[in-house]
Design a protein around this ligand. Sequence first.
Ligand code: 1PR
Length: 525
Amino acid sequence: MITLLDYGAGNVRSVINAVEAIGEKVNVVAGPEDILSAEKLIFPGVGNFGSMMRILHHKGFVEPLKFYLRSGRPFFGICLGLHALFDKSEEAPEMDGLGIIPGGVKKFDIDLSVPHIGWNGLNIKTASRIFNGLRGDEKFYFVHSFYVEPENDNVVLTTTDYDVEFTSSIQQENIIATQFHPEKSGDPGILLLKNFIQPSHEPTALSRVSRNSRLAKRIIACLDVRSNDQGDLVVTKGDQYDVRENGNVRNLGKPVELAERYYKEGADEITFLNITGFRDFPLKDIPMLAVLKQTSKHVFVPLTIGGGIRDYADKDGKKYTALEVAAAYFRSGADKISIGSDAVLIAEEYIKTGRMTGKSSIEQISEVYGAQAVVISVDPKRVYVSSPDNVGHHVIKTDIKGPNGEEFCWYQCTVKGGREGRDIDAVTLVQVCEKLGAGEILLNCIDKDGTNSGFDIELVNAVKDAVTIPVIASSGAGCVEHFYEVFTKTKVESALAAGIFHRKEVPIAAVKAYLKDKLEIRVTQ
Ligand code: 1PR
Protein backbone atom coordinates (compact mmCIF):
# COMPACT_ATOMS: atom_id res chain seq x y z
CA MET A 1 0.00 0.00 0.00
CA ILE A 2 1.31 3.42 -0.98
CA THR A 3 0.62 6.29 1.39
CA LEU A 4 0.28 9.70 -0.25
CA LEU A 5 0.78 12.94 1.65
CA ASP A 6 -1.83 15.40 0.38
CA TYR A 7 -1.40 18.84 1.98
CA GLY A 8 -3.73 20.42 -0.61
CA ALA A 9 -1.22 20.68 -3.46
CA GLY A 10 -2.40 20.83 -7.06
CA ASN A 11 -1.15 17.63 -8.61
CA VAL A 12 -2.27 15.00 -6.11
CA ARG A 13 -4.81 13.42 -8.49
CA SER A 14 -2.13 13.00 -11.17
CA VAL A 15 0.13 11.11 -8.75
CA ILE A 16 -2.75 8.90 -7.57
CA ASN A 17 -3.61 8.13 -11.22
CA ALA A 18 0.03 7.27 -11.97
CA VAL A 19 0.38 4.95 -8.94
CA GLU A 20 -2.95 3.25 -9.75
CA ALA A 21 -1.80 2.87 -13.39
CA ILE A 22 1.10 0.83 -11.95
CA GLY A 23 -1.51 -1.38 -10.25
CA GLU A 24 -0.96 -0.14 -6.70
CA LYS A 25 -3.53 1.06 -4.15
CA VAL A 26 -3.16 4.52 -2.61
CA ASN A 27 -4.09 5.60 0.89
CA VAL A 28 -4.26 9.40 1.21
CA VAL A 29 -3.02 10.72 4.56
CA ALA A 30 -5.93 11.87 6.71
CA GLY A 31 -3.98 12.49 9.93
CA PRO A 32 -0.47 12.35 11.46
CA GLU A 33 -0.97 8.70 12.41
CA ASP A 34 -1.21 7.75 8.72
CA ILE A 35 2.30 9.14 8.20
CA LEU A 36 3.70 7.27 11.20
CA SER A 37 2.18 3.95 10.04
CA ALA A 38 3.05 4.27 6.33
CA GLU A 39 5.05 1.52 4.57
CA LYS A 40 6.01 3.69 1.59
CA LEU A 41 5.34 7.43 1.50
CA ILE A 42 5.01 9.69 -1.56
CA PHE A 43 5.00 13.47 -1.02
CA PRO A 44 3.97 15.46 -4.13
CA GLY A 45 4.14 19.24 -3.87
CA VAL A 46 3.32 22.07 -6.25
CA GLY A 47 2.93 25.70 -5.41
CA ASN A 48 4.61 27.91 -2.87
CA PHE A 49 7.19 26.75 -0.26
CA GLY A 50 5.83 29.12 2.40
CA SER A 51 2.16 28.08 2.10
CA MET A 52 3.23 24.40 2.01
CA MET A 53 5.22 24.59 5.28
CA ARG A 54 2.43 26.62 6.95
CA ILE A 55 -0.14 23.94 6.00
CA LEU A 56 2.17 21.10 7.18
CA HIS A 57 2.54 22.83 10.56
CA HIS A 58 -1.18 23.59 10.73
CA LYS A 59 -2.05 19.92 10.08
CA GLY A 60 0.55 18.67 12.60
CA PHE A 61 2.43 16.80 9.87
CA VAL A 62 5.94 18.21 10.46
CA GLU A 63 7.12 16.06 13.39
CA PRO A 64 5.53 12.80 12.08
CA LEU A 65 7.20 13.50 8.70
CA LYS A 66 10.61 14.02 10.30
CA PHE A 67 10.09 10.81 12.32
CA TYR A 68 9.14 8.88 9.17
CA LEU A 69 12.08 10.24 7.16
CA ARG A 70 14.49 9.15 9.90
CA SER A 71 12.82 5.71 10.19
CA GLY A 72 14.56 4.29 7.11
CA ARG A 73 11.29 3.53 5.33
CA PRO A 74 11.00 4.37 1.60
CA PHE A 75 10.15 8.00 0.77
CA PHE A 76 9.60 9.67 -2.63
CA GLY A 77 9.33 13.48 -2.80
CA ILE A 78 8.24 15.38 -5.93
CA CYS A 79 9.02 19.08 -6.67
CA LEU A 80 8.08 20.94 -3.44
CA GLY A 81 8.23 17.50 -1.76
CA LEU A 82 11.99 17.70 -2.57
CA HIS A 83 12.35 21.35 -1.42
CA ALA A 84 10.64 20.54 1.91
CA LEU A 85 13.54 18.20 2.84
CA PHE A 86 16.04 21.12 2.93
CA ASP A 87 16.77 23.76 5.60
CA LYS A 88 15.53 26.96 3.95
CA SER A 89 14.09 28.35 0.69
CA GLU A 90 14.55 31.76 -0.94
CA GLU A 91 10.84 31.48 -1.86
CA ALA A 92 9.91 31.96 1.84
CA PRO A 93 13.03 32.80 3.87
CA GLU A 94 10.92 33.21 7.01
CA MET A 95 9.91 29.52 7.00
CA ASP A 96 12.19 26.60 8.01
CA GLY A 97 12.16 23.42 5.92
CA LEU A 98 12.28 19.92 7.46
CA GLY A 99 16.11 20.09 7.61
CA ILE A 100 16.61 16.44 6.66
CA ILE A 101 19.02 17.22 3.80
CA PRO A 102 21.56 19.99 4.61
CA GLY A 103 21.32 22.85 2.11
CA GLY A 104 18.91 25.42 0.69
CA VAL A 105 16.55 26.23 -2.17
CA LYS A 106 17.53 28.98 -4.64
CA LYS A 107 15.62 30.99 -7.32
CA PHE A 108 16.90 30.73 -10.89
CA ASP A 109 18.85 33.91 -11.71
CA ILE A 110 19.56 33.28 -15.40
CA ASP A 111 19.05 34.75 -18.89
CA LEU A 112 16.53 32.09 -19.90
CA SER A 113 12.79 32.22 -19.17
CA VAL A 114 11.76 31.48 -15.59
CA PRO A 115 9.85 29.33 -14.61
CA HIS A 116 11.77 26.43 -16.17
CA ILE A 117 8.81 24.71 -17.83
CA GLY A 118 9.08 21.73 -20.14
CA TRP A 119 10.92 18.51 -20.96
CA ASN A 120 14.58 18.36 -20.02
CA GLY A 121 17.10 15.55 -19.57
CA LEU A 122 18.99 14.10 -16.58
CA ASN A 123 22.77 13.88 -16.12
CA ILE A 124 22.88 10.79 -13.93
CA LYS A 125 25.57 11.16 -11.26
CA THR A 126 24.90 8.07 -9.15
CA ALA A 127 23.61 4.67 -10.20
CA SER A 128 20.19 3.95 -8.72
CA ARG A 129 17.63 1.25 -9.21
CA ILE A 130 14.94 3.85 -9.87
CA PHE A 131 16.46 4.23 -13.35
CA ASN A 132 16.24 0.51 -14.15
CA GLY A 133 14.84 -0.06 -17.62
CA LEU A 134 15.56 3.50 -18.81
CA ARG A 135 18.06 4.27 -21.60
CA GLY A 136 19.41 7.34 -19.83
CA ASP A 137 18.58 9.99 -22.48
CA GLU A 138 14.86 10.25 -21.72
CA LYS A 139 13.36 13.65 -20.96
CA PHE A 140 11.24 14.43 -17.90
CA TYR A 141 8.74 17.23 -17.22
CA PHE A 142 9.89 20.18 -15.12
CA VAL A 143 7.81 23.16 -13.94
CA HIS A 144 9.59 25.28 -11.31
CA SER A 145 11.32 28.59 -10.57
CA PHE A 146 13.45 27.37 -7.63
CA TYR A 147 15.99 24.52 -7.31
CA VAL A 148 17.81 22.79 -4.45
CA GLU A 149 21.48 23.23 -3.54
CA PRO A 150 22.60 20.33 -1.29
CA GLU A 151 25.68 20.99 0.88
CA ASN A 152 26.98 17.44 0.17
CA ASP A 153 27.39 16.29 -3.42
CA ASN A 154 27.07 12.69 -2.28
CA VAL A 155 23.26 13.00 -2.16
CA VAL A 156 23.09 14.25 -5.78
CA LEU A 157 21.46 11.60 -7.99
CA THR A 158 21.03 13.69 -11.16
CA THR A 159 21.67 17.17 -12.43
CA THR A 160 19.99 19.03 -15.29
CA ASP A 161 21.17 21.96 -17.39
CA TYR A 162 19.15 25.16 -17.83
CA ASP A 163 21.73 27.92 -18.23
CA VAL A 164 23.07 26.60 -14.92
CA GLU A 165 23.63 22.94 -13.94
CA PHE A 166 21.24 22.31 -11.03
CA THR A 167 20.42 19.29 -8.87
CA SER A 168 17.33 17.64 -10.34
CA SER A 169 17.08 14.68 -7.94
CA ILE A 170 18.64 13.42 -4.72
CA GLN A 171 19.00 10.11 -2.89
CA GLN A 172 20.01 9.64 0.74
CA GLU A 173 19.50 6.03 1.87
CA ASN A 174 15.71 5.47 1.89
CA ILE A 175 14.93 9.00 0.70
CA ILE A 176 14.56 9.75 -3.02
CA ALA A 177 13.20 13.03 -4.35
CA THR A 178 12.93 14.65 -7.79
CA GLN A 179 12.53 18.24 -9.02
CA PHE A 180 10.77 16.93 -12.13
CA HIS A 181 7.31 15.31 -12.16
CA PRO A 182 7.45 11.57 -12.93
CA GLU A 183 3.61 11.47 -12.84
CA LYS A 184 3.60 13.84 -15.83
CA SER A 185 6.59 12.48 -17.73
CA GLY A 186 4.91 9.84 -19.88
CA ASP A 187 6.14 6.21 -19.87
CA PRO A 188 9.66 6.97 -18.49
CA GLY A 189 8.03 8.72 -15.53
CA ILE A 190 5.67 5.84 -14.82
CA LEU A 191 8.64 3.41 -15.00
CA LEU A 192 10.64 5.52 -12.54
CA LEU A 193 7.72 5.52 -10.06
CA LYS A 194 7.32 1.77 -10.59
CA ASN A 195 11.01 1.24 -9.76
CA PHE A 196 10.48 3.09 -6.47
CA ILE A 197 7.30 1.18 -5.61
CA GLN A 198 8.40 -2.28 -6.80
CA PRO A 199 12.15 -2.11 -6.27
CA SER A 200 14.32 -4.62 -8.07
CA HIS A 201 17.55 -5.56 -6.39
CA GLU A 202 20.51 -3.90 -8.07
CA PRO A 203 20.80 -0.83 -10.30
CA THR A 204 21.18 -1.83 -13.97
CA ALA A 205 23.57 -0.03 -16.35
CA LEU A 206 22.14 2.68 -18.57
CA SER A 207 22.87 2.52 -22.31
CA ARG A 208 22.88 6.27 -23.04
CA VAL A 209 24.09 8.48 -20.18
CA SER A 210 23.81 12.20 -20.98
CA ARG A 211 26.63 14.58 -20.03
CA ASN A 212 24.59 17.75 -20.48
CA SER A 213 20.86 18.03 -20.92
CA ARG A 214 18.83 20.47 -22.99
CA LEU A 215 15.27 21.79 -22.69
CA ALA A 216 13.13 20.56 -25.57
CA LYS A 217 10.86 22.75 -27.64
CA ARG A 218 7.28 21.79 -26.71
CA ILE A 219 4.59 20.73 -29.19
CA ILE A 220 1.17 21.31 -27.62
CA ALA A 221 -2.21 20.01 -28.81
CA CYS A 222 -5.15 22.34 -28.06
CA LEU A 223 -8.76 21.21 -27.76
CA ASP A 224 -11.32 24.02 -27.97
CA VAL A 225 -14.33 22.54 -26.23
CA ARG A 226 -17.97 23.60 -25.97
CA SER A 227 -21.41 21.96 -25.99
CA ASN A 228 -23.08 21.76 -29.38
CA ASP A 229 -26.72 22.57 -30.02
CA GLN A 230 -27.69 19.06 -28.90
CA GLY A 231 -25.93 19.71 -25.58
CA ASP A 232 -23.08 17.26 -26.21
CA LEU A 233 -19.58 18.39 -25.18
CA VAL A 234 -17.51 18.37 -28.38
CA VAL A 235 -14.11 19.47 -29.59
CA THR A 236 -14.70 22.25 -32.07
CA LYS A 237 -12.46 24.54 -34.04
CA GLY A 238 -13.02 28.04 -35.29
CA ASP A 239 -11.85 29.94 -38.30
CA GLN A 240 -10.82 33.16 -36.70
CA TYR A 241 -12.88 32.05 -33.70
CA ASP A 242 -16.06 31.36 -35.69
CA VAL A 243 -16.84 27.74 -34.80
CA ARG A 244 -20.07 27.40 -36.82
CA GLU A 245 -20.42 25.70 -40.22
CA ASN A 246 -23.79 25.92 -41.93
CA GLY A 247 -25.08 27.25 -38.62
CA ASN A 248 -23.91 24.20 -36.61
CA VAL A 249 -21.06 24.03 -34.13
CA ARG A 250 -18.23 22.14 -35.86
CA ASN A 251 -17.87 18.75 -34.15
CA LEU A 252 -14.32 17.38 -34.45
CA GLY A 253 -14.59 14.67 -31.81
CA LYS A 254 -14.85 13.79 -28.14
CA PRO A 255 -12.49 15.65 -25.75
CA VAL A 256 -11.24 12.65 -23.73
CA GLU A 257 -10.70 10.42 -26.79
CA LEU A 258 -8.81 13.11 -28.72
CA ALA A 259 -6.66 13.92 -25.69
CA GLU A 260 -5.70 10.24 -25.32
CA ARG A 261 -4.91 10.05 -29.04
CA TYR A 262 -2.60 13.08 -28.84
CA TYR A 263 -0.89 11.66 -25.76
CA LYS A 264 -0.13 8.45 -27.65
CA GLU A 265 1.03 10.48 -30.67
CA GLY A 266 3.66 12.26 -28.50
CA ALA A 267 2.07 15.60 -27.56
CA ASP A 268 4.24 17.28 -24.90
CA GLU A 269 1.23 18.96 -23.31
CA ILE A 270 -2.51 19.02 -23.84
CA THR A 271 -4.63 22.14 -23.41
CA PHE A 272 -8.40 22.21 -23.02
CA LEU A 273 -10.08 25.58 -23.64
CA ASN A 274 -13.70 25.75 -22.53
CA ILE A 275 -14.59 28.41 -25.09
CA THR A 276 -18.00 29.18 -23.59
CA GLY A 277 -16.54 29.30 -20.09
CA PHE A 278 -17.92 32.80 -19.65
CA ARG A 279 -21.40 31.21 -19.15
CA ASP A 280 -22.16 30.81 -15.40
CA PHE A 281 -22.49 27.13 -14.40
CA PRO A 282 -22.72 26.03 -10.75
CA LEU A 283 -19.13 25.00 -9.94
CA LYS A 284 -19.96 21.30 -9.48
CA ASP A 285 -21.65 21.14 -12.89
CA ILE A 286 -18.80 22.66 -14.88
CA PRO A 287 -18.60 20.09 -17.70
CA MET A 288 -14.80 20.24 -18.00
CA LEU A 289 -14.27 18.79 -14.50
CA ALA A 290 -15.41 15.34 -15.66
CA VAL A 291 -13.34 15.60 -18.86
CA LEU A 292 -10.23 16.34 -16.77
CA LYS A 293 -10.88 13.52 -14.31
CA GLN A 294 -11.29 10.98 -17.13
CA THR A 295 -8.35 12.30 -19.18
CA SER A 296 -5.88 12.45 -16.28
CA LYS A 297 -6.49 8.75 -15.58
CA HIS A 298 -4.70 7.70 -18.78
CA VAL A 299 -2.78 10.78 -19.94
CA PHE A 300 0.53 11.32 -18.15
CA VAL A 301 1.67 14.59 -19.70
CA PRO A 302 0.74 18.05 -18.37
CA LEU A 303 -2.86 19.18 -18.76
CA THR A 304 -3.85 22.84 -18.95
CA ILE A 305 -7.46 23.96 -18.63
CA GLY A 306 -8.84 27.35 -19.51
CA GLY A 307 -12.24 29.04 -19.84
CA GLY A 308 -14.42 30.74 -17.24
CA ILE A 309 -11.77 31.13 -14.52
CA ARG A 310 -12.92 34.23 -12.60
CA ASP A 311 -15.04 35.25 -9.63
CA TYR A 312 -18.68 34.72 -10.61
CA ALA A 313 -22.21 34.01 -9.34
CA ASP A 314 -24.30 31.20 -10.82
CA LYS A 315 -27.92 31.63 -11.87
CA ASP A 316 -29.09 31.05 -8.28
CA GLY A 317 -26.82 33.88 -7.16
CA LYS A 318 -24.35 31.52 -5.46
CA LYS A 319 -20.90 33.18 -5.51
CA TYR A 320 -17.64 31.38 -6.47
CA THR A 321 -14.11 32.78 -6.41
CA ALA A 322 -11.62 32.22 -9.21
CA LEU A 323 -9.42 30.43 -6.63
CA GLU A 324 -12.27 27.95 -5.93
CA VAL A 325 -12.75 27.32 -9.67
CA ALA A 326 -9.00 26.82 -10.12
CA ALA A 327 -8.80 24.52 -7.08
CA ALA A 328 -11.59 22.35 -8.54
CA TYR A 329 -9.64 22.06 -11.81
CA PHE A 330 -6.34 21.22 -10.03
CA ARG A 331 -8.10 18.60 -7.88
CA SER A 332 -9.51 17.09 -11.09
CA GLY A 333 -6.09 16.56 -12.65
CA ALA A 334 -5.07 19.91 -14.18
CA ASP A 335 -1.44 21.01 -13.84
CA LYS A 336 -1.98 24.56 -15.06
CA ILE A 337 -4.99 26.80 -15.49
CA SER A 338 -5.37 29.47 -18.15
CA ILE A 339 -7.11 32.81 -17.63
CA GLY A 340 -8.44 34.70 -20.67
CA SER A 341 -11.09 37.44 -20.40
CA ASP A 342 -10.59 38.06 -16.66
CA ALA A 343 -6.87 38.80 -17.24
CA VAL A 344 -7.79 41.63 -19.62
CA LEU A 345 -10.15 43.19 -17.06
CA ILE A 346 -7.54 42.82 -14.29
CA ALA A 347 -4.86 44.50 -16.44
CA GLU A 348 -7.19 47.39 -17.32
CA GLU A 349 -7.89 47.89 -13.61
CA TYR A 350 -4.17 47.79 -12.78
CA ILE A 351 -3.36 50.34 -15.49
CA LYS A 352 -6.10 52.62 -14.10
CA THR A 353 -5.02 52.39 -10.43
CA GLY A 354 -1.36 51.33 -10.63
CA ARG A 355 -2.08 49.21 -7.54
CA MET A 356 -1.62 45.46 -7.00
CA THR A 357 -4.53 44.51 -4.71
CA GLY A 358 -3.56 40.85 -4.18
CA LYS A 359 -7.23 40.10 -4.84
CA SER A 360 -7.12 39.42 -8.57
CA SER A 361 -7.49 35.83 -9.82
CA ILE A 362 -3.91 35.94 -11.17
CA GLU A 363 -2.41 37.01 -7.82
CA GLN A 364 -4.61 34.69 -5.73
CA ILE A 365 -3.98 31.52 -7.76
CA SER A 366 -0.28 32.29 -8.25
CA GLU A 367 0.18 32.82 -4.48
CA VAL A 368 -1.31 29.43 -3.57
CA TYR A 369 -0.38 27.22 -6.53
CA GLY A 370 2.75 29.04 -7.77
CA ALA A 371 3.32 31.28 -10.79
CA GLN A 372 4.13 28.24 -12.97
CA ALA A 373 0.51 27.07 -12.63
CA VAL A 374 -0.98 30.30 -14.03
CA VAL A 375 -1.15 30.71 -17.82
CA ILE A 376 -2.60 33.83 -19.49
CA SER A 377 -4.52 33.08 -22.72
CA VAL A 378 -4.35 36.13 -24.99
CA ASP A 379 -6.87 36.61 -27.84
CA PRO A 380 -5.58 39.60 -29.86
CA LYS A 381 -6.37 40.88 -33.33
CA ARG A 382 -4.49 43.30 -35.55
CA VAL A 383 -5.56 46.95 -35.80
CA TYR A 384 -3.80 48.71 -38.67
CA VAL A 385 -2.76 52.36 -38.31
CA SER A 386 -1.19 54.65 -40.89
CA SER A 387 1.42 55.94 -38.39
CA PRO A 388 2.71 54.86 -34.95
CA ASP A 389 2.15 58.32 -33.49
CA ASN A 390 -0.67 59.07 -31.03
CA VAL A 391 -2.02 55.52 -30.98
CA GLY A 392 -1.50 55.08 -27.23
CA HIS A 393 -0.69 51.41 -27.73
CA HIS A 394 2.37 49.29 -28.44
CA VAL A 395 2.68 49.63 -32.23
CA ILE A 396 4.92 47.55 -34.51
CA LYS A 397 6.13 48.16 -38.07
CA THR A 398 4.76 45.23 -40.05
CA ASP A 399 5.79 43.54 -43.28
CA ILE A 400 2.20 42.40 -43.74
CA LYS A 401 0.63 45.59 -45.10
CA GLY A 402 -2.89 46.62 -44.07
CA PRO A 403 -5.95 46.81 -46.36
CA ASN A 404 -4.93 50.37 -47.34
CA GLY A 405 -1.22 49.66 -47.42
CA GLU A 406 -0.71 50.55 -43.74
CA GLU A 407 2.77 49.60 -42.47
CA PHE A 408 1.96 49.80 -38.78
CA CYS A 409 -0.40 47.92 -36.48
CA TRP A 410 -1.11 47.19 -32.83
CA TYR A 411 -2.68 44.07 -31.34
CA GLN A 412 -6.02 44.74 -29.66
CA CYS A 413 -6.98 42.38 -26.84
CA THR A 414 -10.46 40.88 -26.83
CA VAL A 415 -12.68 39.15 -24.23
CA LYS A 416 -15.48 36.58 -24.38
CA GLY A 417 -13.87 34.56 -27.14
CA GLY A 418 -13.02 37.45 -29.44
CA ARG A 419 -16.54 38.87 -29.20
CA GLU A 420 -15.52 42.18 -27.55
CA GLY A 421 -12.46 44.32 -28.37
CA ARG A 422 -10.85 46.22 -25.46
CA ASP A 423 -8.72 49.38 -25.29
CA ILE A 424 -5.52 47.53 -24.32
CA ASP A 425 -2.79 45.96 -26.45
CA ALA A 426 -1.30 42.46 -26.13
CA VAL A 427 2.21 43.63 -25.19
CA THR A 428 0.93 45.77 -22.32
CA LEU A 429 -1.38 42.96 -21.18
CA VAL A 430 1.38 40.34 -20.89
CA GLN A 431 3.74 42.73 -19.08
CA VAL A 432 1.07 43.53 -16.46
CA CYS A 433 0.13 39.85 -16.06
CA GLU A 434 3.77 38.81 -15.52
CA LYS A 435 4.03 41.53 -12.85
CA LEU A 436 0.89 40.18 -11.14
CA GLY A 437 2.35 36.66 -10.92
CA ALA A 438 1.52 34.80 -14.15
CA GLY A 439 4.02 32.08 -15.14
CA GLU A 440 3.36 31.55 -18.86
CA ILE A 441 1.66 33.20 -21.85
CA LEU A 442 -0.57 31.31 -24.33
CA LEU A 443 -0.42 33.70 -27.27
CA ASN A 444 -3.29 33.06 -29.68
CA CYS A 445 -4.03 35.24 -32.73
CA ILE A 446 -7.58 35.75 -34.02
CA ASP A 447 -6.35 36.81 -37.50
CA LYS A 448 -4.38 33.56 -37.88
CA ASP A 449 -6.70 31.13 -36.06
CA GLY A 450 -7.68 28.22 -38.32
CA THR A 451 -6.03 29.75 -41.42
CA ASN A 452 -3.17 27.20 -41.82
CA SER A 453 -1.06 30.17 -43.00
CA GLY A 454 1.53 30.01 -40.22
CA PHE A 455 2.01 31.71 -36.86
CA ASP A 456 2.04 35.54 -36.60
CA ILE A 457 5.82 35.83 -36.18
CA GLU A 458 5.71 39.62 -35.65
CA LEU A 459 3.18 39.26 -32.81
CA VAL A 460 5.15 36.40 -31.24
CA ASN A 461 8.40 38.41 -31.26
CA ALA A 462 6.72 41.53 -29.87
CA VAL A 463 5.28 39.57 -26.92
CA LYS A 464 8.29 37.28 -26.34
CA ASP A 465 10.62 40.30 -26.16
CA ALA A 466 8.33 41.96 -23.60
CA VAL A 467 8.33 39.24 -20.90
CA THR A 468 10.79 36.93 -19.07
CA ILE A 469 8.26 34.10 -18.61
CA PRO A 470 7.79 31.32 -21.23
CA VAL A 471 5.51 31.96 -24.23
CA ILE A 472 3.43 29.47 -26.25
CA ALA A 473 2.91 30.47 -29.91
CA SER A 474 -0.61 29.57 -31.04
CA SER A 475 -2.89 29.96 -34.11
CA GLY A 476 -2.30 29.38 -37.80
CA ALA A 477 -0.14 26.23 -37.98
CA GLY A 478 -0.68 24.54 -41.34
CA CYS A 479 2.42 22.39 -41.91
CA VAL A 480 5.56 21.09 -40.19
CA GLU A 481 7.62 23.95 -41.60
CA HIS A 482 5.49 26.50 -39.68
CA PHE A 483 6.76 24.98 -36.41
CA TYR A 484 10.39 25.22 -37.60
CA GLU A 485 9.76 28.83 -38.64
CA VAL A 486 8.33 29.93 -35.28
CA PHE A 487 11.11 28.16 -33.34
CA THR A 488 13.87 29.68 -35.49
CA LYS A 489 12.47 33.19 -36.09
CA THR A 490 11.44 33.70 -32.43
CA LYS A 491 12.64 32.53 -29.00
CA VAL A 492 9.37 30.91 -27.92
CA GLU A 493 9.58 27.75 -25.87
CA SER A 494 6.43 26.09 -27.27
CA ALA A 495 4.11 25.99 -30.27
CA LEU A 496 0.49 24.94 -30.18
CA ALA A 497 -1.90 23.75 -32.88
CA ALA A 498 -5.45 22.48 -33.08
CA GLY A 499 -7.14 22.24 -36.50
CA ILE A 500 -4.35 20.37 -38.34
CA PHE A 501 -4.27 17.74 -35.56
CA HIS A 502 -8.08 17.36 -35.30
CA ARG A 503 -8.45 17.08 -39.09
CA LYS A 504 -5.44 14.67 -39.23
CA GLU A 505 -3.80 16.93 -41.84
CA VAL A 506 -0.43 16.90 -39.98
CA PRO A 507 0.12 14.28 -37.23
CA ILE A 508 2.08 15.34 -34.14
CA ALA A 509 4.61 12.60 -34.97
CA ALA A 510 5.24 14.26 -38.35
CA VAL A 511 5.99 17.59 -36.68
CA LYS A 512 8.45 15.88 -34.33
CA ALA A 513 10.07 13.81 -37.07
CA TYR A 514 10.64 16.98 -39.11
CA LEU A 515 12.12 18.92 -36.20
CA LYS A 516 14.09 16.00 -34.66
CA ASP A 517 17.52 16.64 -36.17
CA LYS A 518 17.06 20.42 -36.35
CA LEU A 519 16.00 21.36 -32.83
CA GLU A 520 15.94 19.82 -29.31
CA ILE A 521 12.74 17.79 -29.29
CA ARG A 522 11.28 15.14 -26.95
CA VAL A 523 11.15 11.99 -29.03
CA THR A 524 8.62 9.36 -27.93
CA GLN A 525 8.36 7.08 -30.96
O1 1PR B 1 -12.00 34.10 -21.59
O2 1PR B 1 -11.08 32.99 -19.57
O3 1PR B 1 -13.37 32.41 -20.35
O4 1PR B 1 -11.34 31.73 -21.64
C1 1PR B 1 -11.90 31.33 -22.85
C2 1PR B 1 -10.81 30.62 -23.60
O5 1PR B 1 -11.36 30.04 -24.78
C3 1PR B 1 -9.71 31.56 -24.04
O6 1PR B 1 -8.48 30.93 -23.80
C4 1PR B 1 -9.92 31.73 -25.53
O7 1PR B 1 -8.64 31.72 -26.19
C5 1PR B 1 -10.67 30.49 -25.93
N1 1PR B 1 -11.68 30.77 -26.95
C6 1PR B 1 -12.81 31.46 -26.74
N2 1PR B 1 -13.54 31.46 -27.90
C7 1PR B 1 -12.84 30.79 -28.82
C8 1PR B 1 -13.24 30.53 -30.21
O8 1PR B 1 -12.49 29.90 -30.97
N3 1PR B 1 -14.41 30.98 -30.54
N4 1PR B 1 -10.70 29.61 -28.84
C9 1PR B 1 -11.65 30.35 -28.23
C10 1PR B 1 -9.45 30.02 -28.88
C11 1PR B 1 -7.50 29.62 -30.00
C12 1PR B 1 -6.61 28.54 -29.84
C13 1PR B 1 -6.63 27.65 -31.03
C14 1PR B 1 -5.45 28.14 -31.79
C15 1PR B 1 -4.92 27.09 -32.71
N5 1PR B 1 -8.80 29.24 -29.87
O9 1PR B 1 -6.79 27.94 -28.75
O10 1PR B 1 -6.54 26.38 -30.60
O11 1PR B 1 -5.81 29.30 -32.46
O12 1PR B 1 -5.78 26.89 -33.72
P1 1PR B 1 -5.25 26.41 -35.16
O13 1PR B 1 -4.04 25.58 -34.94
O14 1PR B 1 -6.38 25.59 -35.73
O15 1PR B 1 -4.99 27.67 -35.93
P2 1PR B 1 -11.99 32.89 -20.73
